[in-house]
Design a protein around this ligand. Structure first.
Ligand code: ADP
Ligand code: ZN
Ligand code: ZN
Length: 726
């Protein structure tokens, strides 16, 4: 009897063996229902073998072969095996995490197909000339169906009462429903909106000429028309009947992009895949991608695993964005997995960004990727904004706002133009302080501070969610004078409202956009010019186009300059370049005012000069001499537990084992995490790196099984390959 090796959603690094009846037509990648413990679980067939290490009498037969959806292809299975290997995550968990949640359950999935109507043979044999004239609508429907099968929408154009009349026709046995068989489209409509600029054309040509795998870095300043390059590449791919996968970092960006691409390719099937949609919708879209019916697939990171039989191009927009990295479970980088996938499939991939990640930039410099540059804004009149730094060491600030920034805001209000104040801290103030004894509002569960949210008079921890009422007096000395320290979006909103009582101010942060649809509504407000001043966090920095926005003020960016996280300044530059790109997109010139105590810092110099290359060069030099990525490859072993000492015992033991292997990797000391305590768990970590990815992987293959042997202590631990957060 053949034996199936099944991937199950179980945190063990093995597959599970089951017996299957010889007569069943099993296929690799197919879903099966199997008994596991007392439960029935859905899994995926990864291998069919003849002999198992498990004794025959201990193996159970599968419960059922699920045939409601087609099996995963060998290509997708290989991709998942690679991810499991590379990220050292159990194969079963990896495979099951890649499926839409409906497919993880045993409930049969029905593929919703558009229904069509056609004549039955009885209907075909009717002599329509003899058909009673008083049943005119039915006659018209029958005549229409004589030509070809039609959907209900099409039949409604014949008669508005088509639905009720069809019922009768079906009862008479003349008409029946059928499933639309969508033949792949040989031609598609392309609404070309722009003649490409020379740089855009060069980029499109280079990419379309790549016949096999090649990775391109499309480095284009904000507003240079990267999206337009994607559109033309899609057009080329569609002409070859190919499927295009476009990855975007943010759910928030998908509706906008979806509409944009739909308007350019009105009769092409396009689907979105992201966690903001309900399971049914997501499953249906996934199935449309799998069947090849959808040609354009727009999705956030998980979409990288979608089966795409005709895949011919992958686009990764805003490739530098940290949201491509999953922060728990399978800690994969969707960008890196996409590159692997393109390579495996032998198709080109384009990484687009105004501020590429240093990893990608370095790969482009060394020639592994081909660099394509867009150095001008596509819209001739839209010039890059003028960036100025306001030295906060010399000017008095009023509620965090300098006189020059206030004057610039006044000017915009008079000219009826929009402004944006960018501050990366939500809430009212980052902390509450006692003026007598210096007590700070700390979280009882975390090493962090409680953020003051004045609107509902609460102190909230942004790490564990803990919240409490604002105390009347200092919990330490009883003094009643507690002062908010630092600035958050709410406090700035309040200060601006006090300064400009007439202005229409809108705050956009995680608190104000928590409800579904609220950000969409806000964007409409902004576009309709119903907002004068926007106050917001990074949500506002990405990809949005507000033509009437001419001023961007940046408050308090300095923290990132001296952060313990070596990527903080890289991220800050990307964020500020993005947010600056919001100013002056159309025919109105933009201005960016950055309030900083360090106007001479190289980051701000490069930002003023719009010189990403200069900045990247500085960072690369720094990273090379410090021995940081992209010059080395890293893995972080994280551990956490309620018992602080257990965490350190575990990590120290892990470190000894690593040393014992005596392999060519660099092993650092055990240190507390940046956030040393979160939700009552103490957190620490161990960093290991190597200048060779291969050596690091070899080491991990030896080390990981050893870790399992000490894990008996019930410590929560995880390996993070190519970590972005420390
Ligand atoms: P990016 O994604 O690089 O920030 P977009 O693709 O959003 O830039 O383009 C910025 C603006 O320039 C958009 O309004 C777009 O319609 C316009 N645009 C793009 N390409 C062209 C072109 N070749 N000619 C004229 N306008 C263009
Ligand atoms: Zn006090
Ligand atoms: Zn907390």
């Amino acid at each position: 009897m053949p034996i199936l090796r099944i991937a199950l959603d179980v945190p063990l690094s093995t597959l599970f063996d089951y017996l299957v009846d010889e007569s069943l037509p099993v296929q690799m990648g197919q879903r099966v229902l199997v008994p596991f413990g007392r439960k029935q679980m859905v899994g995926i067939i990864m291998e069919v073998i003849e002999k198992s290490d498990i004794a025959l009498d201990r193996m159970k037969p599968i419960t059922q072969l699920l045939t409601d959806v087609p099996p995963l292809t060998e290509e997708v299975l290989t991709l998942l095996r690679f991810c499991s290997d590379y990220y050292h995550h159990p194969l079963g968990l990896t495979v099951m995490a890649a499926l839409p949640s409906h497919l993880r359950g045993a409930e049969p999935v029905t593929i919703k197909r558009e229904r069509s109507y056609e004549l039955t043979s009885l209907g075909r044999s009717l002599d329509l000339k003899e058909f009673p004239k008083r049943r005119a609508v039915q006659l018209r429907l029958l005549e229409a169906l004589h030509e070809r099968e039609m959907s209900i929408a099409q039949l409604r154009t014949v008669s508005s009462s088509a639905s009720t009349q069809l019922k009768t026709l079906i009862e008479e046995g003349w008409v029946q429903t059928c499933v639309v068989t969508k033949a792949p489209k040989l031609v598609h409509t392309f609404n070309n909106a722009h003649t490409l600029t020379v740089e855009q054309q060069v980029a499109v040509d280079a990419i379309t000429q790549a016949a096999a795998y090649k990775c391109f870095l499309l480095h284009g300043i904000t507003g240079s028309g990267k999206t337009e390059v994607y559109v033309h590449l899609m057009h080329q791919a569609l002409q070859q009947q190919g499927q295009v996968l476009l990855l975007v970092p943010e759910i928030n960006l998908t509706p906008q992009l979806e509409n944009y691409f739909r308007s350019r390719f009105p009769d092409t099937e396009l689907v979105s895949l992201h966690s903001g949609m309900n399971d049914t919708e997501r499953t249906q879209n996934w199935l449309k991608a799998q069947s090849g019916e959808a040609s354009i697939i727009l999705g956030t990171r998980l979409a990288v695993f979608t089966p795409l039989p005709q895949l011919s191009l992958i686009l990764v927009d805003e490739e530098h964005d940290a949201s491509y990295k999953q922060q728990d479970g399978l800690r994969y980088s969707a960008r890196d997995v996409a590159i692997f996938r393109a390579n495996q499939r032998g198709v080109p991939i384009v990484l687009g960004s105004a501020t590429p990640s240093l990893e990608s930039y370095y790969n482009a410099q060394s020639g592994r990727y081909q660099l394509l540059k867009l150095t001008h804004r596509a819209n001739q009149q839209a010039e890059l904004p003028i960036v100025r730094c306001l030295n906060t060491a010399n000017v008095p600030l009023q509620d965090g706002l300098s006189p020059i920034l206030l004057a610039a805001l006044t000017e915009r209000l008079q000219r009826k133009e929009q402004s944006l104040i960018f501050i990366n801290r939500r809430g009212y103030a980052p902390v509450l302080m006692c003026t007598a004894c210096g007590w700070l509002s700390g979280c009882s569960n975390c090493a962090g501070k409680l953020v003051l949210h004045l609107k509902d008079r609460r102190l909230r921890c942004h790490h564990c969610g803990h919240q409490e009422r604002v105390p009347h007096g200092c919990p330490s000395c009883g003094n009643s004078d507690l002062q908010p320290v630092g600035l958050g979006t709410q406090r700035i909103e309040e200060a601006l409202q006090a300064h400009f009582p007439e202005a229409r101010i809108l705050r956009v942060d995680r608190d104000s956009t928590r409800n579904k649809g609220s950000w969409v509504a806000m964007r409409k407000q902004i576009e309709a010019d119903e907002v004068d001043i926007l106050v917001g966090t990074q949500i506002l920095a990405k990809g949005h186009d507000f033509p009437n926005m001419t001023l961007v003020g940046v408050l308090n960016p300095d923290g990132a300059l001296y952060s313990a996280d070596f990527r903080a300044s890289e991220k800050l530059f990307a964020q500020l370049a993005q947010v600056s790109g919001r100013a002056g997109r159309a025919d109105k010139p933009g201005e960016v005012l950055v309030q900083t105590a360090f106007p001479d810092h190289p980051l701000f110099r490069a930002l003023r000069a719009h010189d990403y290359d200069e900045w990247a060069q500085i960072l690369l030099t720094e990273r090379e001499s410090a021995g940081f990525p992209p010059f080395v490859f890293q893995v972080l072993l994280r551990a956490e537990d309620r018992q602080e000492s257990d965490v350190y015992v575990f990590l120290k033991q892990a470190r000894e084992m690593a040393k014992g292997l005596a392999m060519s990797v660099e092993i650092y000391g055990v240190v507390a995490a940046t956030m040393a305590k979160r939700a009552n768990h103490f957190r620490a970590q161990l960093l290991i790196q190597s200048d060779s990815r291969k050596s690091l992987q070899q080491f991990l293959r030896e080390w990981r099984p050893l870790l399992e042997t000490i894990a008996a202590k019930k410590i929560r631990w995880s390996l993070d390959i190519d970590p972005l957060d420390f």
